[in-house]
Design a binder for this molecule. Sequence first.
Ligand code: GLC
Ligand code: CA
Length: 546
Amino acid sequence: MENFKKSVIYQIYPKSFCDSNGDGIGDIRGIIQKLDYIKSLGVDYIWSTPFFASPMNDNGYDVEDYRKIHPAFGTMEDTEELIAEAGKRGMGIMMDMVFNHTSTRHEWFQKALSGEKDYMDYYIFKEGTPREPPTNWQSKFGGSAWEYVPSLQKWYLHLFDVTQADLNWENPRVREELKDIIRFWKEKGVKGFRFDVVNLISKPEIFEDDAQGDGRRFYSDGPRVHEYLKELTADTGIGHMVTVGEMSSTSLEHCIRYSNPKEKELSMCFNFHHLKVDYKDGEKWELSKPDYRKLKELFETWQCEMEQGNGWNALFWCNHDQPRIVSRLGDDKKYWKASAKMLAACIHMLRGTPYIYQGEELGMTNPGYGNIHSYRDVESINYFHILLKKGKSEEEALKILGQRSRDNGRTPMQWDFGAYAGFSTHEPWITIPENYSYLNAKAEEEDMDSILHYYRKLVALRKQYEVIQEGSVEFLYREQPEIFAYRRRFKGQELLVLNNFTESQVDLQEPFALTGYRHLLGNYPRQEKMEIKSLRPYESLIFLKG
Ligand code: GLC
Ligand code: CA
């Protein structure tokens, strides 16, 4: 069995994890200081979002030099020490490779701008008049996906910020440069890679207007993407390492191909369909209540079909681009603890590799900022203005940001009760939510019933039982959208997981008979031996048979 199938991965957003030198910005030495804490969760790998040299217009996803460390985060020596210290504790470091685009400050783009033909061919430049971009495609951060360069009389493509220019993967020289970067980090001893928006790297042969949408249907899972990934993996010898691709607006068919071991592309995929069930008609910047039926159907389809196709899912609720899950699908007030534990159990017992995003293991919440000046994220600030232009009031726009902004997941890690939550000795780059007075790692370490201890138990269960690592999946109570229940089976063992996604007690359509099952874990005390008739608010139960 592939090693990653029993692994759990911890994600760090370094800017907000731990500040070792009191400048209000988290850094690599801060991560080193907290390695024992991370190890105590039982995880196997640490993926950090980028800390390379960067102008930081998109907090490091705009890379200026893939072989240099941004001074605010530390030095190359710090990075080598991080890799070594994590290794001593039995954990591997995974690097975040942003290969769909570079910063416009990257040497390659600068050379392109000065008209060097070889380097212009590293990017996607198109002829055109200054009045009309080559296509009507939209940037994912709002506005046109094209920028005009008067000195070249050409437009360049940027699917994200205007300072993030898309690379031209058609050019074999670009592919060789990127492979060299992988080799560089492999030699430094990293144990895996996360590939940023990697299903967007292959653009279509013909660039045309999208009459139906923002252009994504032309370049998501594009024509040569599988070929490129196979080549990258083979030529850098990373096939035995853990690799995960972030897939934007992808399909099940493609994810099976990306992650089926026979294809030799990647170990697993992130997809985001389950995190759009509270979008209004697919629109992120319009609020709507979560559709639990859809949520469950999506999980069922992806779990069962990936199993059929021998693909592998990355399991996650949170990352640095998502609001906090307990504020989103749970209840961050009355049922804070119960709902955070239920949400954790819900994905940790599924087939795939679970990811824990810093602070999720504490049940960290959205900060509830009441002012646009509290926001730092380029996407949030752009959309705030777009929403105002569309006629929303400032109050409405702030309410939407309060639920949808990526900054919701980027507030500093809440370590203790002290000033700045123990994250720093200096005012942090982004405001800390007030609830750190009770919601912090120190408090949860001492409380044996905490969310933190629950995460540790869930991780330990995965290590202990093959049925969690490898078992088949079957969904139960399919007609009851509020009940998220499934059974896993492996070599005569059975795991049963029952979750209630609502704040009300819910009766099961049919009581569940417990004969032969023993209780492994739950977020309420339970004595029943015979059958389960109903679930309490946000209740989660795990049973094992055999
Ligand atoms: C991914 C990253 C996100 C970044 C974008 C562009 O979605 O997770 O933070 O803004 O790619 O690199
Ligand atoms: Ca610092």
